[in-house]
Design a protein around this ligand. Structure first.
Ligand code: FES
Length: 232
């Protein structure tokens, strides 16, 4: 069956969807791919993206981490940053823009220096996620802090929770929002007692599976989480 007219015979009077002839991924319009010398890509960013591409058989699979690297460098996926990544990856800027605009954790417009995602999905909502989001929005008013609601961040056991500069915190109370914003502004540790990174695992708690074992438990979370924990 023809994908154009659906009846087995192509109708020459109908426009052909570009996706039919070229696929849905706008990645190979050579004339639209910027050259490296045109985009002034910082060497560090170029090497970072090249290392990411080397992990995958198809370089386009590195699009999300490459865009994340752009965002980490510039604060958001700037048009120039996207062109730099596109030149390194040999794809069109339009392709990377389409990826960046799809994912909520990638920003295609300027946001604050600090980013807070408050989960409002079912577990967090039932435990006050909406009120928590309102409290963070009120506390961040006029500050260089981007606050947004978010769907499940994959840490329902600490509901209601939030991701603050890619670190997970919970269970949070609305009254702690102002404290968290103040600590962010002051460059202090944010709500250290609520950080997932220092939360003991169930197995380490009294009565847990490892009760009675020594403190060298490999299960204890002693290191800050990597940015990967924000991938949801
Ligand atoms: S519902 Fe909030 S982290 Fe899952």
């Amino acid at each position: 069956m023809s994908p154009v007219d659906g009846a087995g015979v192509s109708n020459p009077n109908l426009p052909v969807d570009q996706a039919v002839t070229e696929g849905r991924v706008p990645g190979r319009r050579e004339e639209e791919i910027p050259e490296l010398h045109e985009v002034d890509c910082p060497t560090e960013l170029q090497e970072q993206i090249e290392a990411l591409m080397a992990r995958y058989p198809d370089r386009k699979s590195a699009s999300i981490p490459a865009l994340w690297a752009v965002q980490e460098r510039y604060g958001w996926c700037t048009p120039e940053g996207i062109r730099q990544a596109a030149a390194v990856m040999r794809v069109t800027p339009a392709y990377l823009e389409s990826v960046a605009s799809f994912y909520d954790l990638l920003h295609t417009s300027e946001v604050g220096t600090h980013r807070i995602e408050v989960c409002t999905n079912i577990s967090c909502w039932m435990r006050g996620g909406d009120e928590l989001l309102d409290a963070f929005r009120a506390a961040a008013e006029g500050e260089d802090v981007f606050v947004t609601g978010f769907e499940c961040l994959g840490a329902c056991d600490i509901a209601p929770m939030a991701s603050i500069d890619q670190r997970y915190y919970g269970p949070l109370e609305a009254a702690e929002a102002e404290t968290a914003i103040g600590q962010l502004k002051a460059g202090q540790d944010v709500l250290p007692a609520k950080a997932l990174a220092v939360r003991p695992l169930a197995a380490d708690l009294p009565g847990g599976a490892l009760a009675g074992s020594d403190d060298s438990s490999p299960h204890r979370a002693t290191n800050p989480p990597s940015s990967e924990n924000a991938d949801g």
